[in-house]
Ligand binder design. Structure first.
Ligand SMILES: Nc1ncnc2c1ncn2[C@@H]1O[C@H](COP(=O)(O)OP(=O)(O)OP(=O)(O)O)[C@@H](O)[C@H]1O
Length: 332
């Protein structure tokens, strides 16, 4: 199957006063049509920069893409003009972020903003009346109670969860092929978070959408995604179906993330955390970037460690494993 999104060897640095910050290092990631991928990792590991850079949303400078390619449906995105990228973001790719209030204008009614967004997404081809009918239909699809009333409301009259539903409606009105959801539920309380995740799972299924959901929380992505890519310090260290990640996590970092998940039978004061901090990406190590925090690191970790297949649709960048193609999914 031709991937919908094909990121190859993407590297990105930020030129800072202190030096060159190596934020993304040779990341390759493919996403098939209709696939829901969770991108997880702790704060600062590069999840947002990776997805934003792919669609021209990281300012250049201070950023600089030093290698790689990004193809959407076979079309190269790196090097496209801002205008062309804006067009792609408004139609084929939609994005939603953590804080919906940042993206809604407080002085305009929700309906006005939806209608304007839908008309802009269509390049002006859709008239006001048609845009209003699409907007009401989308508000209904995202299960906003009483869409007619919410259409006339101002953003401050809605709860956080309702605002996020409005932004999801806005994002999906153009019928994109790919939705990037960057920590979409982090600002919401637990009950509302669960409702929004249910909604996202339903929309992915019903609309055949591909999605990348960015989160620092494996538990959150498990509710919506069938596959997970784990990022650490600007690199993908493991990529596998969600079941494999929970049943047989291979990378010591993924194992640490799982151990840090709250568990109903584990007292909170016994929650594990991974000792140590992210490496200094102004001077990144040549080898495994997790080695400094890894209890199992050894001499081989000082050399670059590529992602290797260790099982069906399961790749891991760790010297503890050999390539499944030659050795079976053997643990050394
Ligand atoms: N404009 C910038 N200039 C310099 N460094 C930047 C810039 N934007 C991001 N970074 C750095 O790039 C790294 C990756 O940031 P990114 O926002 O992708 O992390 P993240 O994994 O999404 O974390 P979070 O969950 O906190 O959003 C961080 O260390 C951040 O400080």
């Amino acid at each position: 199957m031709t991937p919908l999104l094909d990121i190859r060897d993407l590297s990105l640095v930020f030129d800072t006063f202190d030096g060159t910050y190596h934020a993304i290092d040779q990341v390759s990631l493919q996403l098939n049509p209709g696939e829901a991928l969770g991108l997880v990792g702790e704060t600062g590991c590069g999840k947002s920069v990776l997805t934003r850079a792919a669609f021209g949303l990281v300012p250049v400078p201070p950023a600089r893409i030093t290698s790689g390619s990004v193809q959407l449906d076979g079309r190269e995105l790196l090097g496209l003009s801002d205008r062309a990228l804006r067009g792609i973001r408004g139609s084929e790719v939609a994005m939603i972020f953590q804080d919906p209030m940042t993206y809604l204008n407080p002085v305009f009614r929700v309906g006005t903003q939806l209608v304007d967004a839908i008309r802009a997404q269509s390049g002006g081809r859709i008239g006001k009346a048609e845009a209003k009918s699409i907007a009401l239909d989308m508000l209904d699809k995202v299960h906003l109670p009483n869409p007619d009333r919410q259409f006339r409301a101002y953003p401050h009259e809605l709860s956080g969860g309702m605002r996020q539903r409005v932004l999801i409606a806005m994002a999906l009105a153009a019928k994109p092929k790919l939705l990037i959801a960057d920590e979409p539920t982090t600002a919401l309380d637990m009950t509302i978070q669960a409702q929004i995740l249910d909604l996202m799972a339903e929309l992915v299924e019903d609309l055949g959408l591909a999605m990348i959901m960015i989160s620092h929380d494996l538990g959150v992505v498990a509710q919506v995604c069938s596959r997970v890519a784990v990022m650490y310090a600007g690199k993908i260290v493991e990529d596998a179906p969600i079941g494999r990640i929970f049943d047989a996590p291979a990378h010591p970092y993924t194992q640490g993330l799982l151990a840090a998940l709250p568990h109903p039978f584990k007292p909170v004061d016994r929650l594990a955390s991974i000792p140590g901090t992210l490496p200094d990406l102004l001077h990144p190590p040549a080898g495994c970037r997790f080695a400094g925090r890894c209890a199992q690191s050894h001499a081989a970790c000082a050399a670059p460690v590529p992602l290797r297949a260790v099982g069906p649709r399961h790749r891991v960048a760790c010297t503890l494993y050999k390539d499944a193609a030659t050795e079976g999914a053997a643990h050394v």
